[in-house]
Design a binder for this molecule. Structure first.
Ligand code: FES
Length: 145
């Protein structure tokens, strides 16, 4: 691991959502927020080894929105006990921040929706999947790879 290490308190977990996607269960709450950005901005990067979340804090079938120490919005989804994926929460339509919500990821600006485990568009006007972020589980922590 290179770069900075962070106490889990330095990464703000802003919302837990998408409960029961894999299990067909009931949804939880939605997140607040929705800062706009230009979709044409260059791809953001997160320093390798940045802690995004603690695995046990994300129920299987759920996704959470997190903010990195340098204020990047990331979505971390846990599909199975040991399968975790992450995406930059930047809508591919016009760059608003995508939120983890119920059984999908939703952009609050124009209601594009995305699959929480693949990042693929489920409903437009967004035209492309959410940019994927490589992550790994290290000692129960989900960190960028
Ligand atoms: S910016 Fe996300 S749907 Fe328009």
């Amino acid at each position: 691991m290179t770069g900075r290490t962070h106490d889990r308190r330095t990464v703000l977990t802003t919302c837990a959502a998408v409960a029961g996607v894999a299990l067909g269960g009931t949804a939880l709450t939605a997140c607040a927020g929705g800062n706009s950005r230009e979709a044409s901005q260059s791809q953001p990067s997160v320093a390798k080894g940045t802690e995004l979340a603690v695995l046990d804090d994300i129920p299987v079938g759920s996704a959470v929105s997190v903010t990195t120490p340098d204020d990047q919005e990331i979505i971390v989804s846990r599909r199975t006990e040991d399968e975790v994926v992450a995406f930059h929460a930047i809508c591919t339509h016009q760059g608003c921040t995508v939120l983890a919500e119920e059984s999908r990821l939703r952009c609050p600006c124009h209601n594009s929706t995305f699959d929480p485990f693949t990042g693929d568009v489920q409903g437009g006007p967004a035209y492309g999947p959410l940019p994927r972020l490589d992550v790994t589980v290290d000692g129960g922590r989900i960190v960028t790879a």
